[in-house]
Ligand binder design. Structure first.
Ligand code: ZN
Ligand code: ZN
Length: 319
């Protein structure tokens, strides 16, 4: 899957929510850090006579106010904390030779209360988010599309003749698979990545229910997009990553609450499912010699070629 929301794994979303709410315990003390040169990250630090092993490096963030400082967000056995390098250290020619001047910025308060988003999310969506790795807007779009289509088409999951075509390769696809049982592997999910939130659910050979994301659902706030760009470029500060979690939560809530008619445009469409049965037969390609499922080989002047060999033959012929 695309690295669409790097800093907000399911497990770490509460951490960013707490930072956003400033539910932190400020420390601001110098600490000694063990820096691993091979991993290029801190592996433990020492503070008030206690050793803190870093179990997970959640993220590394440039400081918004100073380009020369990096903040490391790390999970330790005693909680999640933010530590940063004093700018003076970073200016030194060799970082690894000066591991002393680190600062323990703050600890993050444990979030015992269930977040608003968790309360909004029903069990099935929680399971889907677990499978997918996090809760994100695209996942909700796929979830709502599949949930609606199953009800509208009165489909029981066990029905083997439900088929789905989707025109994107986003997180939505995971929700569709979990809810419908249609997967690329069982040949009942066709994915053509055109970057469109278009979903066709069909129970007959002739027509299907087509859901297209309606215009209001596409109005992603400009602030959201600008932080997302920064995160993808690795240029977002920790505070911005936290703000992004807040905006993500807001968008997830919005998409969950939006009436289905406002979320999708719906129509019945003519469909023709491209049936391409797989054979059990495996043969060698006459070009590269690799074993290929027989029904996927293409006959060219008496030679049976795989897709890659056929494509390269075409390229050679074109030149
Ligand atoms: Zn996702
Ligand atoms: Zn080949």
């Amino acid at each position: 899957m695309t690295p669409n929301y790097p800093p907000v794994g399911m497990r770490n979303a509460p951490v960013f929510r707490q930072i956003y709410r400033e539910n932190i315990i400020p420390i601001q003390e110098a600490i000694a850090v063990d820096w691993d040169n091979r991993l290029q990250m801190p592996v433990s630090f020492h503070y008030l006579g206690r050793s803190y092993e870093i179990l997970e490096l959640i993220g590394v963030y440039p400081d918004a106010s100073s380009v020369s400082t990096l903040t490391f967000l790390a999970r330790t056995p005693y909680g999640v904390c933010a530590i940063y390098l004093d700018p003076g250290v970073l200016h030194a020619p060799n970082l690894s030779n000066r591991p002393g001047q680190w600062v323990l910025h703050y600890f993050i308060e444990e979030d015992s209360a269930q977040s608003e988003v968790d309360m909004l999310v029903e069990m099935k969506l929680k399971q889907i988010a677990d499978f997918h790795g996090h809760l994100c807007p695209d996942l909700v779009i796929g979830y709502r599309a599949a949930q609606y289509a199953l009800t509208r088409l009165e489909v029981k999951l066990a029905l083997p003749y439900l088929r789905v075509s989707v025109e994107n390769n986003t997180s939505a696809v995971d929700a569709i698979q979990m809810l419908t049982g249609c997967t690329p592997g069982n040949q009942r999910l066709s994915i053509r990545d055109e970057g469109k939130h278009v979903y066709v659910f069909q129970v007959s050979d002739q027509h299907g229910l087509c859901l297209t994301l309606a215009a209001p659902g596409q109005e992603v706030p400009a602030e959201f997009l600008s932080i997302e760009q920064k995160i993808q470029a690795g240029a977002a500060s920790l505070d911005e990553a936290a703000a992004y979690q807040y905006l993500l939560d807001a968008r997830v809530s919005y998409l969950l609450k939006l009436p289905i008619e406002a979320l999708f445009e719906m129509r019945w469409v003519e469909t023709a499912w491209q049936e391409a049965p797989l054979s059990s037969d495996i043969r060698k390609c006459d070009g590269c010699g690799e074993p290929v499922i027989g029904s996927r080989l293409i006959n060219l002047h008496g030679r049976r070629l795989c897709q890659s060999c056929l494509a390269s033959r075409r390229t050679i012929n074109a030149n």
